[in-house]
Design a protein around this ligand. Structure first.
Ligand SMILES: [Zn+2]
Length: 887
């Protein structure tokens, strides 16, 4: 690699006056000498043959290590230029896209006529470059007033270069028509962990050959994949209005951006739907969904809302999406800007390649949101619904100008989950979710630390990481704390209105905040958005003067890679149950603060509400954690205290806190406490009052998750004693509760389930019921259930599928005569082809049960060698290498 820069060195040396700085000159000369020396020549000549007048260095003045380090430095500085990902140059703008599309289900292709309104941005041009991946092109014409004229073009399979008859300037616009057929299935490339494929447009079971799969078409444009099905400039800093005419089978409905204006019956079982989107948006936000969907109608103010899902799941969709109007109201109020689009549809599809996507007016969701009405009782999808909805402002209304600024979309969408939780479920729920988000980031930061806004990613898909999402959201929360709520939301309003329907970069956000607050915020944006890493803080408090506690804070992060932060923070304490708080600023590597608290205290809290993105070591003893648990008014602080005690070894103190946790007002604290008792039998035996308390939670808690966990504790410790409770609650409307009750029945040692009961549970489709039943069959070695296992594995998805795969594999390894070969084929197929990395991993884990067969291990190894997800691949390699060792 270093040798690759050799010609550059020569050029530098040829012009010594530009590198007169002595050391650099000598190091370069030394390097050239060394390299040429290796080649066995003493002559030093330039590429053009001229001799350079260079004095050779004194032998021992510089080592070759100096030379290499210098070269490395040069390489880094040059790479800063060559690797820079600039926002895509706007040579032309596509102002309107008119599409007439028909879908060939047999060939999985899209036949289209695209008419694009095009105008140069500033500079005159005679050529137009359009993204169009894997098309077969027909005629391309310029549309004149009454006629069309053929245009010449070149096409390399990715970009069409169209030659215009004459130079066109920014005051001109022209209509170009492109006849084409697009083949999204061609030239597949791997996506990212966030978006697992790049076809742009997906035919699901196009010929209706899989009974469990409905036939449908949907699209996924982000990042630059919509050019797999229509031609345009596929960059986020473009913006167009659109009219889409979609020819679809009569039996299906179509969905797209904007509103449907007309439907035309074509005969032959076909229909043409006309969609119009009059407000310009970015190319990656264009979308189409076609299928036999059921619809639930709703409304917020004058905006029609549609929740679309596979037929038969409408009642579930009504419940899953029921908070949408409330969210629209809340976000519109908060931002001072009403939902800015004419309608909002939410569509749940099969085999989606991501969690969900915020196409303008048409968000598309993975099938995990397809729930029956009963399943929807425990729906926990508010966060993803809020996330995509908030994108309609941040992402769709104002749009990142380049993937480098992706966090301008994703940090906001991520933070909307906090905002909605805070508003609807309360401060504690929001704060705990934020802690979980920061933990995502800290986990990623162990192996990857990059600037939040970054201009040198390898692939745009790499931007969809915990930096852009979790860290971004946490930074917005800190920004809110720095400027205050009123300024925060007023600044967001200014940013949205100033940049309405435009693309933005991070400075636009800063300037909006500066304009509203009248404060310079470069310090904040520089350290958090334009730099990498995070603070690591060591906190000490000296209580020797209890009425004037001395707080010391050290920034202990590695300063070779990370900056010293300026961090406004809160320190708090309690006097007779009343919370006192001071806001201070940390801006040095080590800083001390006299708190002047006046009342005598023996405990202070640094960032009690966990609002800072920082790794903190408060240095608390178990007694201090206990005190935090007992004192703090914040659920997140009590949760942290319990968590820290669970990780320690002060069992006595932990037990005291656990007892208190069961009646904590914050349900997540209750649940965390309960989980400890699943394996904490000795505590329960020594403290019989706990058993009663836990049993009470089963019956009195309003939270099904708590009731379910309490049942899990009973099932783990007294499966026979609570048989009648399980028997009763196995019919609870909540699957969380019923599933735990069924686990209890299954765990009961002496009373087996009757044939009648088994037959009833076998019909269930929810994995919370299916998994305990599978467990029952395995533990009791029940035969002739191969058909049931096969049927269930074909219908499950998401978490349920992941868990079930293990039972499925084990059943056929125990009962090979019932269809082991088919099971192996299924698992190997899943490991090879499932779009979700987690499911591929699940299939691999199930296959490990067959690892005594050489041909299975060989097949697994073959598939593993093609795996492109780093985490999954590392997991495969670890287990496969140990298998090979054993064999
Ligand atoms: Zn998002």
């Amino acid at each position: 690699m270093i040798i690759g820069n050799f010609p550059n060195m020569i050029q530098l040396i040829a012009k010594p006056k530009i590198i007169l700085q002595k050391s650099a000159f000598w190091i370069i000369a030394g390097l050239v000498f060394t390299i040429l020396g290796c080649k066995g020549t003493q002559e030093l000549s330039n590429p053009d043959g001229t001799e350079s007048e260079i004095e050779l260095p004194v032998e021992d003045q510089f080592t070759s290590e100096d030379s290499l380090n210098f070269l490395k430095l040069l390489r880094q500085k040059e790479a800063a230029i060559s690797d820079y990902r600039e926002a895509y140059p706007k040579d032309i703008e596509v102002l309107h896209v008119d599409l007439d599309l028909a879908f060939d289900f047999q060939k999985q292709s899209v036949r289209g006529i695209a008419k694009l309104l095009i105008s140069p941005h500033f500079y005159e041009t005679k050529e137009v470059f359009l993204d169009a991946q894997d098309f077969e092109l027909g005629r391309i014409s310029l549309i004149n007033k009454d006629s069309t004229s053929k245009l010449g073009y070149q096409y390399d399979g990715k970009v069409i270069q169209i030659y215009l008859p004459e130079a066109t300037g920014r005051d001109d616009s022209l209509w170009v028509e492109i006849n084409y057929e697009a083949f999204p299935e061609r030239n597949p490339t791997a996506g990212s962990s966030a978006i697992t494929d790049t076809k742009g447009l997906y035919f699901i079971d196009p010929l209706d050959t899989i009974p469990s799969k409905p036939t449908m078409i949907w699209t996924q444009g982000e990042t630059e994949h919509n050019s797999k099905w229509f031609p345009m400039v596929d960059k986020p800093n473009q913006r167009f209005t659109q009219t889409f005419a979609l020819t679809v089978p009569d039996s299906m409905i179509s969905l797209s951006n904007g509103v449907m204006v007309k439907q035309e019956n074509l005969g032959n079982g076909l229909r043409k739907d006309f969609w119009e989107m009059n407000i310009p948006h970015a190319p990656y936000l264009a979308a189409v969904g076609i299928g036999n969907f059921g619809k639930v109608e709703d409304r917020w103010k004058g905006v029609p809302l549609g929740y679309y899902v596979e037929k038969g799941y409408e009642a579930g969709a009504k419940k899953v999406f029921e908070n949408t109007p409330l969210m629209m109201e809340f976000f519109s109020d908060l931002l001072g800007l009403d939902y800015p689009w004419p309608k909002y549809d939410q569509l749940v599809v099969k085999d989606f390649v991501s969690g969900a996507m915020e196409n303008t007016t048409l968000s598309i969701f993975m099938e995990e949101l397809k729930l029956t009405e009963r399943e929807a009782i425990d729906s926990e999808w508010d966060y993803i619904i809020a996330h995509e909805l908030f994108h309609q402002w941040f992402g769709d209304y104002v749009t990142t100008e380049s993937w480098s600024n992706l966090t301008l979309n994703e940090a906001f969408a991520n933070y909307s989950e906090y905002l909605w939780n805070e508003h609807h479920y309360g401060q504690d729920v929001a704060d705990l979710k934020l802690v979980a988000e920061t933990e995502n980031y800290f986990y990623e930061a162990e192996t990857k630390q990059v600037n939040l806004i970054r201009f040198e990613y390898a692939d745009s898909e790499d931007m969809f990481d915990s930096h852009s999402y979790s860290k971004g959201g946490a930074i917005l929360h800190m920004l809110r704390k720095v400027v205050g709520d009123e300024a925060f939301f007023e600044s967001l309003n200014l940013y949205l209105t100033q940049h309405a329907l435009q693309s933005v970069e991070v400075h636009d956000l800063r300037l909006a905040f500066e304009e509203v607050t009248g404060r310079d915020l470069n310090w904040f944006f520089n350290q958090w958005f334009l730099d990498k890493g995070h603070p690591e803080l060591l906190i000490e408090a000296d209580y020797s003067q209890p009425e004037n506690v001395l707080l010391s804070v050290y920034q202990t992060q590695d300063l070779n890679t990370t900056t010293i932060y300026k961090i406004p923070f809160e320190v708090s304490w309690y006097v007779n149950g009343e919370r006192k708080v001071k806001t201070l600023v940390l801006e040095r590597a080590f800083q001390q603060y006299a708190l002047e608290n006046t009342d005598a205290i023996d405990q202070v809290y640094f960032d009690e509400q966990k609002h800072l993105l920082a790794l903190k070591s408060p240095g608390f003893t178990a007694e201090q954690w206990q005190k935090q648990f007992m004192q703090s008014q914040f659920g997140v602080a009590r949760y942290e205290a319990l968590d820290s005690l669970k990780a320690g070894d002060e069992r006595g103190i932990l037990l005291e806190v656990l007892k208190a946790s069961l009646s904590d007002p914050f349900e997540s604290v209750q649940e965390s406490g309960l989980l400890t008792f699943i394996s904490g039998q000795e505590w329960l035996l020594e403290n019989p009052e706990l058993e009663e308390q836990i049993f009470d939670l089963v019956n009195t808690s309003k939270n099904n998750s708590i009731r379910s966990t309490a049942l899990d504790v009973l099932a783990a410790n007294w499966p026979d004693k609570y048989y009648s409770t399980f028997k009763l609650l196995v019919n609870d409307p909540s699957y969380l509760v019923a599933g735990s009750a069924l686990s209890g029945l299954v765990a009961s040692s002496d009373r087996k389930l009757s044939e009648e009961e088994l037959a009833k549970f076998e019909l269930e489709s929810n994995y919370r019921m299916i998994i305990p039943l599978a467990e029952y069959y395995l533990v009791n070695d029940v035969k002739a259930k191969g058909g049931w296992f096969t049927k269930k594995v074909e219908t499950l998805s998401g978490d349920g599928m992941y868990y079930f795969l293990g039972y499925y594999g084990e059943y056929f390894s125990m009962n090979p005569e019932e269809g082991k070969e088919e099971a192996l084929a299924f698992l190997l197929g899943k490991m090879k082809n499932d779009p979700q990395p987690g499911q591929r991993l699940g299939a691999f884990q199930a296959l490990l049960g067959f690892a005594d067969q050489e041909e299975v291990v060989e097949a697994m190894s073959r598939i593993a060698s093609e795996e492109d997800d780093d985490f999954v691949k590392a997991y495969y390699d670890y287990f496969l290498s140990s298998l090979k060792f054993e064999n």
